[in-house]
Design a protein around this ligand. Structure first.
Ligand code: CU
Length: 494
């Protein structure tokens, strides 16, 4: 009888403890969200036009401070001491860009150009000498040979990718070409062509970014703030690696900022720059989303949607037609049910402007040509995604896991046999989706991709050609999965 009482007491204690713990966590998260600065003007990173640079450009990786919560300086990282994130680079097909990374951090870092087809020495990941140590610098030699797209840059050093990206190291790159020139698209940067880096973040009560403390109990067995937040972030067993549930979605570092726009067609360049999570994007006014570009290029025809999904690492360019709006109207962009940007219509911002088109006038964009007509017969390399490993292996810097020949057509079959969702990203690649779960699909529906989200138990086959030689990485773009070993190296040979 006594032992039953003891068991009952322990049971009650555990339940009460759990309720209190989760209650405190819930309140803390809500309280913190209330404290985050909001309703400020959308921050637009400075645009650096690479074509007009007459000297080498230095990109510094810096320890900076940022006021997510008014009056609290939060330690973050940024490029070129911007405060948070980095500048936007505009490049043209045919450009050569030789940026120099200067590492002002306390730990190694690299620059990886996500979505750029480039040589292995400049890809910033798999080469043995890719790491740039504190106080050192490295020059990257980038030859821009690919079609117009919205791509991005972020660190890719082994062991520090996830934490550095989470703390703010990321920036956008806009590539232009003859197609983007000829299309009558909104292209005034920061006015009707707007970069929007969406990131799921979690803050503690002082506005600090909560990240990566593994496990519920610290060394003393006591619950303290940092390990409690760590447990909230840790996505090892929970479902939150596929959603942003419990996180606050920030837009270019700000919470629900606004942007004054004219009653015209607005182009948003969306990047899901989160460490994990898929976002469902829509408007609160039921205004349609016209998708014009996927990760690495224009669609052949724009796709009108009520909502769209964007996974961590992916980019989509979308148009929203505001031509019928009146001054004072507002349209909110919604991500996973949360307001992330308020577009405020205010034509007074400019006395005179053209309303050059409406979205139904630009349905034809750029042709998507397969590398070859899909037969499914060519060489297929299979990537089996399981928990924390690919093809039964965890990452090793001493192994070359796959070898491809330059300018040959390959099929990559990505087979997710795990009980989690994963996001597969091979570097130096621009691929087309040809099969899902063994069924042929039309690649034009998905457009040019460099990252593909594969749900648990599903299988995707893509057609790819590698155009540059060297050593590269493939990995899961859920960055905690990557850090836990879901990554491999491949070599492209002549
Ligand atoms: Cu993964």
């Amino acid at each position: 009888m006594k032992s039953i009482k003891v068991i009952a007491l322990i049971f009650v204690s555990v339940v009460v403890g759990a309720v209190v713990t989760f209650g405190v966590m819930y309140l803390m998260n809500n309280k913190t969200v209330d404290m985050i600065r909001n309703n400020e003007e959308l921050f637009i990173p400075e645009l650096i036009d690479v074509s007009s640079l007459d000297e080498d450009f230095i990109i510094t990786a810096d320890k900076t401070e940022f006021e997510f919560v008014e009056g609290f300086k939060t330690d973050v990282l940024s490029y070129n001491e911007q405060g948070y994130l980095g500048k936007t680079f505009k490049m043209r097909k045919g450009d050569t860009f030789n940026p120099i990374l200067m590492n002002n951090l306390d730990e190694a870092t690299t620059l990886h150009w996500h979505g750029l087809e480039t040589n292995g020495m400049s890809d910033g990941a798999a080469e043995p000498n890719a790491r740039v140590y504190p106080g050192e610098e490295k020059t990257y030699n980038l030859e821009i040979s690919q079609a117009a797209a919205t791509i991005w840059y972020h660190p890719h050093a082994l062991g520090t990718t996830a934490s550095q990206a989470y703390k703010g190291l990321a920036g956008m790159i806009i590539i232009e070409d003859e197609y983007s020139d000829s299309l009558d698209l909104p292209d005034i940067y920061g006015v009707n062509d707007i970069p929007l880096v969406l990131q799921a973040k979690k803050f503690d009560e002082n506005g600090n970014l909560a990240y990566g403390h593994h496990g519920m109990m610290g060394g003393t067995g006591m619950m303290n703030r940092s390990n409690m937040m760590g447990m909230m972030f840790e996505d090892g067993d929970g479902s939150n690696q596929s959603t942003t549930s419990g996180f606050t979605i920030m837009s270019n570092g700000f919470y629900i900022p606004y942007k004054e726009v004219r009653s015209e067609v607005i182009r948003l360049r969306l990047l899901n720059g989160s460490n994990h999570g898929i976002m469902d994007i829509s408007t609160d006014t039921n205004d349609k989303i016209n998708v014009i570009a996927t990760d690495v290029g224009f669609l052949e025809n724009s796709q009108e949607k009520d909502f769209m999904e964007i996974a961590a690492g992916e980019r989509y360019e979308i148009l929203i037609d505001l031509t019928s709006k009146e001054i004072g109207d507002e349209v909110n962009i919604i991500a996973n049910g949360q307001q992330v940007l308020t577009l405020k219509i205010n034509d007074d911002t400019d006395d005179d402007f053209d309303k050059p088109f409406t979205t139904n006038m630009i349905s034809t964009l750029a042709p998507i040509l397969m590398y070859e007509e899909y037969t499914g017969q060519a060489t297929t390399n299979t990537f089996v995604l399981d928990n924390d490993q690919i093809n039964g292996k965890q990452f090793s810097m001493n192994t070359i896991d796959e070898t491809f020949t330059k300018n040959q057509i390959y099929y990559l079959e990505i087979d997710n046999i795990s009980n989690k969702h994963h996001s597969f990203h091979p570097h130096n690649a621009r691929f087309l989706i040809v099969e899902i779960d063994g069924e042929k699909v039309d690649p034009k529906d998905f457009g040019w991709k460099d990252t593909v989200y594969v749900r648990e138990g599903h299988k995707v086959k893509v057609q790819v050609m590698f155009k540059h030689t060297g050593l590269f990485m493939y990995h899961c773009h859920i960055l905690s999965h990557e850090e836990r070993g879901m990554m491999g190296r491949f070599e492209v040979i002549d």
